[in-house]
Every structure is written in structure tokens, then in C-alpha cells.
Design a protein around this ligand. Structure first.
Ligand SMILES: C[S@@+](CC[C@H](N)C(=O)[O-])C[C@H]1O[C@@H](n2cnc3c(N)ncnc32)[C@H](O)[C@@H]1O
Length: 292
């Protein structure tokens, strides 16, 4: 299985600038790349979560290196308050959204339209699979999911073709074939890309999770504390951007904390990083910090 290369690691670390005694929440532990870098940078503590039980073995390795400074929870980051405890104060929250290379390259997880596997797409702790969704939802509802979470203009046509051929869909390869058969390929992008994205976001309730963790992080941050998010598609990036804008705009008399933006424009990977790790190409990093 291919290793996961942490995206924008240098930039995230520089923005977070971990300090001795600090407490940081890594909501998307994955292969542990960010967590390890933070623990190496300062004599601080990291509380980490990931919804995927597969990463527990990486968490065990980090725990054996930093037994008193690291704790891992197999949880969704939307539960940040129950994970950390509502009294816990944090100096930083980092979120590296989206799927890891481990998830993407394992055919059994069903994330990739280039590999044949079950139509699953769950990252863990989900209540349904993508197969349940395409079977269970009516044509119109499926079209709405594909439109809303995939921004796919051919959503109706795709939903209709999926429902018409549902008996022939057993694997991700079958699903991709059914989508490709009704949408013409233009440019380099595979016609199945947006539909796969929409199903994945829907199955994992990714946007609701993101909104929840952003909202709840605010209450846990110390003065100087930061929220740093790396997103990989426009729907996530828009949520982060609008949430940060709202925090800046809200008049201080209506909140206990005021904020400053750390990124007027998102930071994107350099050409060198993209050359080494092409999966980083759509990443956008945004950050905000509590000023008082
Ligand atoms: C891009 S990877 C993170 C990689 C990590 N930064 C590293 O350096 O190895 C994203 C991880 O976030 C996890 N994840 C996605 N949504 C989550 C959620 N709502 N709660 C917890 N973990 C989540 C995925 O399971 C995946 O392991």
C-alpha cells in the first residue's frame, strides 16, 4: 500500500508554530505526518482523532514514541468537544481534509473509479455505504446528491442511468462504466470524478462534520490559538472561507473572542511539491488566529 505524503506540511507547521506546553488537536491523524512533526517541533501535547480504524496502528507507533504527550481517539472530528473535554483549552486545531492515500489506493474501500472494489466509500463510522445510497434513494434525490455534492451538471442524466442499470452495478468499476456511458469525456478529467466525489461526501457527511468542528473549535481555543484547515475541493474550501470571514466580521461585543486571518488568500502547494506529490495539487490552506 502506498504511504501517505503529508500535504503542505512545512507551511502548516510554520503557521501553527508549536510551542512548549501547548496543546494541539489534529482532527485528521491519517498516517500521523502532521502529528509527528508537531511533537518533534516542541515539547507539547497532541490530541488526535481519525474516523478510520485502519490508522490505529500508526497512532500506536506515535504513542510508543511520545507516551505522555500524545493521545489518539477513533472518532469523528465533529465530536471535538467530547474528545478533548469541553474544559480543555487548545492552542491549535489542524484539519487535513479529504481521503488519505491509504484509503484511496485500497480497492476494498471503494473510493477510486480506477480500481475495482465494493461501492463503499466510507472512511469509517458511517451509517451507510455508497451502494446503499444508489440503491435506496429515488432518482430525483440521487440527482440532487450528485448535483449538490459533486457540482455535476449532468446529475439528472447520471442518476437516471444509475437507476436504470442498478442491477448491473456491483463494483466501483461497474459504477464508473455506467457513468461514463452517459457523459462524454471532455479534457483530462474522468466523467466519473464528480459523481464519486458527491457520493463520498454524502456517505461520510463530510460538510456537516466540517461545519461542526469549526464551530466547536472556536469555544476551545486559547488566546493566540489557531484553526488551520487544508481542503481539497471547492465545497470544503468555501465553508472554511465563509466561516473565517464570519468570525472576522462579527462585532467583538457579540463574542468573547476576536480573530485575525492568517491567510488573506489560501496558500497552495509549490510546483516542486506538486511534482513530488501530484495529489497535493488541489490543496488550499487557510488559517485564523484568536487575538484576545
Ligand atoms: C488527508 S488524510 C490526513 C493525513 C495526515 N495529515 C498525515 O499527515 O498523515 C485525512 C484523514 O482524515 C480522516 N478523516 C476525514 N474526515 C474525518 C472526520 N470527520 N473525523 C475524523 N477523521 C476524519 C480520514 O479518515 C483520513 O485518515
Amino acid at each position: 500500500m502506498s504511504p501517505h505524503i503529508p500535504v503542505l506540511l512545512k507551511e502548516v507547521l510554520a503557521m501553527l508554530s508549536p510551542e512548549d506546553g501547548g496543546v494541539y488537536f489534529d482532527g485528521t491523524f491519517g498516517g500521523g505526518g502532521y502529528t509527528r512533526a508537531i511533537l518533534e517541533a516542541a515539547n507539547c501535547r497532541v490530541i488526535a482523532s481519525d474516523r478510520d480504524s485502519f490508522v490505529e496502528k500508526f497512532a500506536d507507533e506515535v504513542k510508543s514514541l511520545y507516551p505522555s504527550r500524545f493521545d489518539f481517539f477513533h472518532e469523528k472530528f465533529g465530536n471535538i468537544k467530547s474528545i478533548c473535554g469541553s474544559e480543555q483549552k487548545l492552542d491549535g486545531v489542524i484539519l487535513d481534509l479529504g481521503v488519505s492515500t491509504f484509503q484511496l489506493t485500497d480497492p476494498e474501500r471503494g473510493f477510486s473509479f480506477n480500481l475495482s472494489g465494493p461501492v463503499d466509500m466510507g472512511m469509517g463510522l458511517c451509517d451507510q455505504t455508497a451502494m446503499d445510497v444508489i440503491r435506496k434513494y429515488k432518482k430525483q434525490d440521487l440527482a440532487n446528491i450528485i448535483y449538490e455534492f459533486g457540482e455535476e451538471h449532468f446529475s439528472r442524466r447520471i442518476a437516471e442511468n444509475i437507476k436504470k442499470n442498478i442491477g448491473k452495478i456491483h463494483t466501483t468499476e461497474d459504477l464508473a462504466r455506467v457513468i461514463r456511458s452517459c457523459v462524454k469525456k471532455t479534457g483530462k478529467t474522468d466523467p466519473a470524478t464528480k459523481t464519486f466525489q458527491s457520493l463520498r461526501i454524502f456517505v461520510n457527511k463530510e460538510l456537516d462534520e466540517l461545519k461542526k468542528v469549526l464551530r466547536d473549535s472556536v469555544d476551545l481555543l486559547n488566546p493566540g490559538g489557531k484553526i488551520i484547515a487544508v481542503s481539497f475541493h471547492s465545497l470544503e474550501d468555501r465553508i472554511v472561507k465563509l466561516f473565517f470571514r464570519e468570525l472576522i466580521k462579527t462585532r467583538p461585543e457579540f463574542r468573547e473572542k476576536s480573530f485575525t486571518l492568517l491567510t488573506k488568500k489560501p496558500i497552495i502547494p509549490s510546483a516542486e511539491e506538486i511534482a513530488v506529490n501530484p495529489k497535493s495539487r488541489s490543496a488550499k490552506l487557510r488559517g485564523i488566529s484568536v487575538v484576545c
